[in-house]
Design a binder for this molecule. Structure first.
Ligand SMILES: [Zn+2]
Length: 321
């Protein structure tokens, strides 16, 4: 129920509850989710709050979970609630058209109809235009809940028609203990300085590490297909490999810095790429990558065979995904 998020999302909770209590329910909400882990559950809890007849009748007790409507929502079986997610890479126009068709009939089960669009930034151009038309001519009883991790990837015209609800990037206990562990390990391992990196000789290494991460985060295990020129041409022996792994560690550390709203420490010239990766990866994912890299870096120091090392690294990273 929505009340479960009072602690985790105090601001969003307050805005939403107030808008309903004061009868100023918006036609369209845009949840700026910033990789918040419980975003889907949170959106569903709000939809349920909107749709349950007991909540609107008794505004001070938004606790209903067991009326017929609530139960059917839980079972994913309630006709006045429609949830749209990417079909493959994109949300397609047909999905939006289908929604509009279904919502054009009169409500039977509730006075309101609600639709949720997860990862709204993945609407292709045709879908975005369809939804825009839908938002431009709002119907009294239809409420939209759009979710996005990256508001800048949505059409301005869509954003401007929604009430924006910022969610906290709430860090779970598991992530924060992981974060602590990773920070501790990095501290023990402070071999590279900014001066080292600004050295001309190192530009190649920095470019290699940057390119490698960019590629890995896009095509994942397929980086192994071009690993020779992607990695081994620059980090060709064991000593260089250790250095490469250190740089890799600092690269992800800088992504973490951005996520934690601190300054980029080492990869200052790569800011654009680091910012973009930081907007794509959750805190937990970055911590996971760092944990793997730090562990394998130590393994590399005692193990002579560097040829299979990158395979091992990628396999480990993939295993955690
Ligand atoms: Zn209910």
């Amino acid at each position: 129920m929505l009340d479960d998020y009072k602690q985790e999302q105090p601001i969003a909770y307050k805005i939403l509850i107030n808008s309903i209590k004061k009868d100023r329910c918006s036609h369209a909400y845009l949840f700026e989710t910033k990789h918040y882990a419980n975003k889907k559950k949170f959106a569903l809890a709000f939809a349920k709050y909107l749709l349950c007849p007991h909540n609107s009748a008794d505004k001070d007790h938004p606790q209903c979970m067991n009326c017929t409507q609530c139960k059917r929502i839980d079972e994913g079986n309630f006709t006045e609630l429609k949830i749209i997610e990417p079909d493959g890479l994109w949300i397609k126009k047909e999905q939006i058209d289908q929604l509009q068709k279904e919502f054009s009939t009169k409500s039977v089960e509730s006075t309101k109809k609600v639709y949720i669009i997860h990862e709204a930034e993945k609407m292709n151009a045709a879908a975005a235009n369809s939804i825009l038309k839908f938002l431009e001519e709002p119907e009294e009883n239809i409420i939209a809940i759009l979710l996005t991790d990256n508001i800048y990837q949505l059409l301005n015209t869509i954003v401007s028609r929604c009430q924006i609800i910022p969610l906290n990037d709430h860090v779970s206990d598991q992530t924060s203990s992981m974060l602590e562990k990773v920070m501790h390990l990095i501290k023990q391992d402070n071999d590279i300085s900014k001066e080292d990196l600004s050295d001309e000789k190192n530009i190649d290494k920095i470019k290699t590490v940057t390119k490698f991460v960019e590629q890995y985060e896009t095509i994942h295990k397929d980086v192994l297909l071009s690993i020779k020129q992607l990695w081994f041409d620059t980090f060709s022996d064991k000593e260089k490999m250790i250095e490469g792994m250190e740089l890799l560690m600092y690269f992800y550390k800088d992504i973490l810095n951005v996520r934690l709203h601190s300054k980029i420490e080492l990869f200052i010239d790569e800011k654009e790429i680091i910012d973009s990766l930081a907007s794509k990866l959750s805190m937990n994912e970055v911590c996971d990558r760092l944990d793997v890299i730090i562990n394998l870096k130590d393994y590399l120091k005692v193990n002579a065979n560097i040829n299979l090392f990158m395979d091992k690294l990628i396999i480990e990273l993939e295993r955690r995904r």
